[in-house]
Write a protein that binds this ligand. Structure first.
Ligand code: NDP
Ligand code: MG
Ligand code: MG
Length: 340
């Protein structure tokens, strides 16, 4: 079983007198920078000269500098620009990482797949909140925290774990709980999860089921409700109380049908396919594919994105969400989240 750390396990003195440079002010960057500053940590945000994020940093009352200047001032450099951009930003700031400084991540991809190779005298750590930045910020402001992961890849000072734990406390994660992991485990499970279930598996399941109903002559509206809209209600139940709460809440007919047919739909072939997907994650084949795709300016990615946008279910959904109140409500929720 994994070790879980809470507030009492953390010691904020590990960051005392140190400066944290947060590279990027997007989803994670704005949350880490503001939470750390509110926790009393000296923070500087690193952004390129022409960055569209500079005004937001100033409005939030934080210091902003170029990535090189920020890294020069810092003892801890937190890499919170997009993963595909991190190697280039790292090349720019690498000379500013002194012996004993820390390079800190929120995802292990670039370290695990060798896209960033820090010097031996630098600590390399990860504190990865399990949620998007606006939730990390919102939870913190409410006096709560977002659960997170913590990993140490390289411990040059002997103090890497203590400092990472203080960082996790500074952004609020230890209030909820921080699970100890490794860069390898975080990277591989994260990629597998988003491919097999969260982003890939679930959208394919929805589209295939929708197409099956529509091809059999049922109305697109009915297919949309059954295969996409109701997904949220089911997932909410599983989130609250596991599979058991979901099975308890649906009718006996739904439970019996679900229990007998689930494995017919997602059968041993799907399992074999998942193992293949996991193999490609573990071997680095997926990482190489994604890096090459970026180097080629994303031709396949653009095409796939467009095809997804053009799927009939998107058009049906847009029409239906305009007609029903639930969508209005969730939009205003989103606005509320974003203005926070
Ligand atoms: P974002 O896409 O939100 O980062 C955008 C920020 O990066 C902006 O401030 C942008 O400024 C800056 N930026 C973009 N390109 C460059 C560049 N070429 N040079 C300098 N700055 C640049 O990133 P995320 O917060 O989504 O991701 C950051 C890290 O956190 C990643 O490692 C990710 O895997 C991880 N993570 C993300 C989660 C999420 O929910 N988003 C959850 C957990 C981890 P500009 O105006 O200059 O473009
Ligand atoms: Mg330095
Ligand atoms: Mg991910």
């Amino acid at each position: 079983h994994a070790t879980i750390y809470y507030d009492d396990d953390a010691d904020s003195t590990a960051l005392e007198g140190k400066t944290v440079a947060v590279m990027g002010y997007g989803s994670q960057g704005h949350a880490h920078a503001q939470n750390l500053a509110d926790s009393g940590v000296d923070v500087v945000v690193g952004l390129r000269e022409n960055s569209s994020s500079r005004d937001a940093v100033r409005e939030d009352g934080l210091d902003v500098a170029t990535p090189v200047e920020a890294a020069a001032r810092a003892d801890v450099v937190s890499m919170l620009v997009p993963d595909t951009v991190q190697p280039a930003v790292y090349d720019d700031i690498a000379d500013e990482l002194d012996a004993g400084d820390t390079l800190q991540f929120a995802h292990g991809f670039n370290i695990h797949f060798g896209q960033i190779e820090p010097a031996d005298d630098v600590d390399v750590t990860m504190v990865a909140p399990k949620g998007p930045g606006h939730i990390v910020r919102r939870d913190y402001e409410r006096g709560e925290g977002t659960p997170g992961l913590l990993a140490v890849y390289q411990d040059a000072t002997g103090e890497a774990a203590d400092e990472a734990l203080a960082y996790a406390q500074g952004i609020g994660c230890t209030r909820a709980g921080v699970v100890e992991t490794s860069f390898r485990e975080e990277t591989e499970t994260d990629l597998f999860g988003e491919q097999a279930v969260l982003c890939g598996g679930v959208t394919s399941l929805i589209k295939q089921a929708y197409e099956t109903l529509v091809d059999a002559g049922y109305s697109p509206e009915m297919a949309y409700f059954e295969c996409l809209n109701e997904m949220k209600l089911i997932v909410d139940l599983m989130y609250e109380g596991g599979l058991g709460d979901m099975w308890d809440s649906v009718s006996d007919t739904a439970e019996f049908g679900g229990l007998t047919k689930g494995d017919v739909v997602v059968d041993e072939h799907a399992r074999e396919n998942m193992e293949e997907v996991l193999d490609d994650v573990q071997s680095g084949a997926f990482a190489r594919e994604w890096i090459a795709e970026n180097q080629a300016n994303r031709p396949a990615y653009r095409q796939l994105r467009q095809a997804e946008k053009d799927h009939e279910i998107e058009e049906v959904g847009e029409r239906l969400r305009d007609l029903f109140a639930w969508a209005e409500e969730s939009e205003s929720n989103e606005e509320r989240n974003e203005t926070e």
